[in-house]
Design a protein. Structure first.
Lengths: 82, 839
């Protein structure tokens, strides 16, 4: 996991542990608050936060974009390709 | 959990520190070092910076002058073999004391932007810089201000840093670097999305520029279905044909044929581009093992049969058809009539002869088949090679000239002749390879014919094999020449096509024909482009969303940091109506510009302030305070266990020094931060010591009398050294008032020296209670003779002390201060006497 992702994760873990008491908002928590649920940006954040090497992280981001692209294409596809 | 504390530091050979290792113990609360100019305050602060970061920030901040730091870390006067080492004994939160040591391996060098090299050890074990965090748990800041060390050089960093550096600095303080990493990782996807590129898209782009198709061509790109695409291409073809006064055919295929015919006709009027055309070459795999095997088997089988057997084969087969005797009795031979000879042994003999003869016949059939296949392959090869060479090579010279395909014509058409020579050279090579290749194929085919005619000659088989090897070798050369011909031919063809199409006014015709003939491929390309556009649009929106979200997170954090900075600002300058207001992003859409805002109020309660950029409206003193407030806020945010402050308050800021000594130090101590202060202001040093003694404050002095010995760190008990150090700059002054003060201080130092040497003598004789205070209220004259009696190491010493005292003691009614020379001699003599008798 990259240092940056680790930091966000640590902060997220801390906030989860502390939910019962005084939850310190991590950068991840704060970002999520400002990103629309289900949006591509939110999917990117989820993909980036999962553990893995930087290469795996990059691959997950690409996969999130592909997945979003497929959905969009399906929605906006031309009526028929015959 | 208590934070990290430094409870001892050791410095040797670093900058002003010399060969004598300095080892002051540090109080866990506050330690204050006093030193005059050039005594080693900044060296001490930078030694700690070097210990933690391996560099000094001053060099990084003075980017244009990096080379000027060559050999800056090692004391210039010590031997190369003397170590340059900084060490700290660190009390960790768990109570253990860890030893962090950094030794300089290679100093800064000219032309080496990487900086210096050093070796880091933790508890004696070689470590790397990450271990400061991983092993000791001390998390350093973002470069260039990594260690919690504030110096004069770094105070102004934020006001002179580039917008990007300032933004990066604040992201580090706000612990928001990860937000930027995340944003960068997502933004990096932009370069990973490859825009589709294909012949079809290039053709489409070209027809979109054709004036006659300005209305019809854009409809092709926006076609929603394949049939709509066909209709829209037809619309283009129709518009094109109408524009050249040709009545369009009913279907797209008809229209395409019309355009092709007109295109060829128009081009040929200018230049026969057709003659440059060629087809892909399909090489022969060179597999003639079937022929080789068939030949080998034929030779083998032919050895097993003789001509006689072959002649009577039908009789043998008839004999074998006679049913055997059911009782196993032998019969008369049906071939020669011999009595009782047609037994099992003879039957087996005949059967073997028949089998061998059949095998021989089969091998001949197999060979025929293999030769037929080989012949077919050679024919295919010949045809493929025929088309692979450009058509002009196959045309008769007369026909070529007649069609206008000449080098002279090509040169006449092209303004730039550069593509011609390489094309000619490679075309020549290809023509030679082509001829040799065809010759080899022809030879091989004729030998195949020979073999078919007469399969009995082994020598013919061997010639066939040789000929096939020649075909392979010719093919190899032909393929190589084709490959070499490709690039110059494409360059020449493109240049010619451009000229021809322009001259024949047929630009975009050929692409339209290709698109109409490859509609499925165009449809696939358009779908790929649509998918690409969707992806790019989605990514751009996501980045915009992330920017906005990151900005909101940063705004919250900036607000918290601003609050913290205001706390320190108010401690430093509580009553000013010009004050620090906020640190914030320049705007919602700004990621890389961070502003420091000042409030300007006309009211004492700071109400209704006008907000301006602090850099513009603050005085130097106010900017200095803001730098300090930012540093302290950062230290608190980063939970630094200790801070090192090198001259935190300007000498000229007399009004605010008490605020620092009282309010700021109090804030830091209450926040649990160990404070290490270096100051050249003796009063601040004394005030901090006095005010915070109840919190365990420790005081040291930095004295640098000798370049080799370097800066010495002495406890407060060495008052004599302090007085000498304070007198030194005054003695050098051109200002008579300063020199008068200097003379007074040197006189006090001589009196202190006299008392100290007397106390030392008494103690050496067993008077354990001897004390300086025994001589309080006594003037130098009352004990000077006793002092002189003790100066026995050199006959000149009593005279030196007496002269020094005389020179710094004014006579009655004498207002003229001693000269600078007199004071310097007096000071120098006193230093050497101190060294010889007291140190």
């Amino acid at each position: 996991m990259t240092v940056a992702a680790r930091k966000i994760n640590e902060a997220a873990d801390l906030s989860e542990e502390a939910q019962a008491g005084e939850p310190p908002l991590s950068n991840a928590d704060r970002l999520k608050e400002h990103l629309e649920a289900g949006s591509l940006a939110a999917a990117f954040l989820d993909a980036w936060l999962r553990p893995g090497t930087p290469q795996e992280q990059q691959a997950r981001l690409e996969a999130a974009l592909e997945a979003h692209g497929s959905t969009e294409s399906a929605v906006n596809a031309p009526a028929s390709a015959e | 959990m208590p934070p990290h504390r430094l409870n001892r530091i050791e410095v040797q050979g670093f900058r002003s520190f010399g060969i004598v290792r300095q080892t002051p113990d540090l109080a866990p609360s506050i330690v204050v070092f006093w030193g005059g100019n050039s005594q080693g305050k900044t060296s001490l602060a930078e030694a700690l910076e070097f210990l933690f970061s391996g560099q000094i920030a001053r060099r990084e901040l003075l980017a244009s002058a990096k080379d000027e730091f060559t050999e800056a870390l090692r004391n210039a006067h010590i031997k190369p073999s003397d170590p340059v080492t900084v060490e700290a004994h660190i009390v960790c939160p768990d109570g253990t004391v860890r030893k962090l040591t950094r030794t300089l391996v290679e100093d800064y060098r000219r032309g080496n932007p990487q900086g210096c090299r050093s070796e880091l050890r933790i508890d004696g074990a070689v470590s790397n810089d990450n271990d400061i965090d991983n092993v000791l748990g001390i998390r350093l800041s973002h470069p260039p201000l990594r260690a919690p060390v504030l110096s004069q050089h770094t105070l102004g960093y934020l006001f002179s840093a580039s917008p990007a550096d300032r933004a990066a600095y604040f992201r580090a303080i706000l612990d928001a670097q990860d937000l930027e990493y995340f944003r960068s990782a997502v933004a990096a996807l932009e370069s990973r999305i490859v825009e589709p590129a294909s012949q079809e898209l290039a053709d489409l782009a070209e027809i979109e520029t054709v004036p006659a198709l300005l209305l019809a061509a854009p409809t092709v790109r926006s076609s929603k279905t394949l049939s709509q695409l066909t209709a829209n291409l037809s619309k283009c073809a129709v518009e094109l044909l109408i524009s050249i006064s040709i009545t369009p055919g009913p279907a797209l295929e008809d229209q395409v044929r019309q355009i092709e015919a007109e295109l060829l006709a128009r081009r040929n009027q200018t230049f026969p581009l057709e003659l440059l055309r060629r087809s892909p070459f399909t090489p022969w795999a060179g597999l003639y093992d079937d022929v080789k095997n068939a030949v080998a088997r034929l030779i083998e089988e032919s050895g097993k049969v003789d001509a006689e057997t072959h002649r009577v084969l039908s009789l043998f087969k008839a004999a074998l058809a006679i049913p055997a005797d059911p009782h196993g009795e032998s019969a008369d031979c049906p071939l020669c009539g011999a009595v009782d000879t047609f037994d099992e042994e003879r039957v087996a003999f005949i059967r073997e002869k028949v089998r061998a003869s059949d095998a021989f016949v089969q091998s001949r059939t197999d060979l025929n088949r293999a030769l037929t296949t080989l012949n077919g392959q050679l024919g295919n090869l010949e045809r493929s090679a025929q088309g692979a060479a450009p058509k002009f090579m196959r045309a008769a010279p007369g026909k070529r000239r007649e069609a206008g395909f000449t080098v002279a014509k090509i040169k006449a058409l092209l303004a730039d002749h550069a593509p011609v020579a390489p094309w000619l050279e490679k075309a020549g090579n290809l023509a030679r390879a082509d001829r040799a290749f065809f010759k080899a194929i022809g030879a091989a085919k004729s030998i195949v014919d020979e073999v078919v005619e007469d399969r009995s000659k082994r020598e013919t088989f061997m010639r066939l094999e040789e000929a096939l090897r020649a075909v392979m070798s010719g093919q190899e050369r032909f393929v190589q020449c084709l490959a070499e011909y490709q690039e110059p031919a494409t360059a020449l063809g493109s240049a010619l096509k451009h000229v021809v199409d322009r001259s024949a006014d047929t630009k975009g015709w050929e692409p339209l024909v290709r698109l109409a003939q490859n509609r499925s491929a165009l449809w696939a390309a358009l779908e790929a482009m649509r998918a690409y556009n969707v992806k790019v649009k989605a990514l751009k929106k996501a980045i915009k969303d992330i920017d906005a979200a990151n900005g909101s997170v940063l705004d919250d954090k900036f607000a918290a940091l601003s609050q913290e900075v205001r706390v320190w600002w108010d401690r430093l300058r509580p009553d000013e109506t010009t004050f620090f207001s906020a640190v914030q992003r320049r705007g919602d859409k700004t990621r890389r510009t961070v502003d420091l805002k000042a409030g300007l109020s006309a009211n004492e309660d700071k109400s209704s302030p006008k907000v301006r950029d602090a850099v513009a409206v603050f005085s130097q003193s106010q900017l200095h305070c803001l730098g300090l407030a930012l540093f302290l806020a950062k230290a608190i945010q980063e939970k630094a266990g200790f801070v090192v402050l090198d001259d935190p308050v300007l000498t000229s800021d007399d009004d605010y020094r008490p605020n620092f000594v009282a309010s700021v130090v109090e804030g830091l101590l209450d926040a649990g931060v160990q404070v290490i202060v270096c100051t050249q202001d003796h009063k601040s040093w004394k005030d901090i010591g006095d005010r915070w003694r109840h919190r365990g404050a420790m005081q040291y002095q930095l004295i640098r009398d000798d370049a080799l010995t370097g800066t010495e760190i002495r406890g407060v008990t060495d008052d004599l050294a302090t007085i000498i150090a304070r007198a030194a700059p005054l003695a050098r002054s051109n200002d008579p008032v300063n020199r008068k003060d200097g003379a007074k201080q040197i006189r006090q130092a001589i009196e202190r020296f006299g008392k100290s040497i007397l106390v030392k003598d008494r103690k050496s004789k067993g008077d354990a209670f001897a004390s300086i205070t025994d001589y309080d209220g006594k003037n130098f004259g009352s004990y000077s003779q006793q002092v002189m009696n003790l100066l026995t190491k050199d006959p000149s010493h009593p005279g030196k002390l007496r002269t020094a005292y005389t020179n710094v003691t004014p006579g009655p009614h004498d207002d003229t201060p001693p000269s600078s020379g007199e004071l310097k001699v007096a000071l120098g003599d006193l230093k050497s006497l101190k060294r010889d008798y007291l140190d």
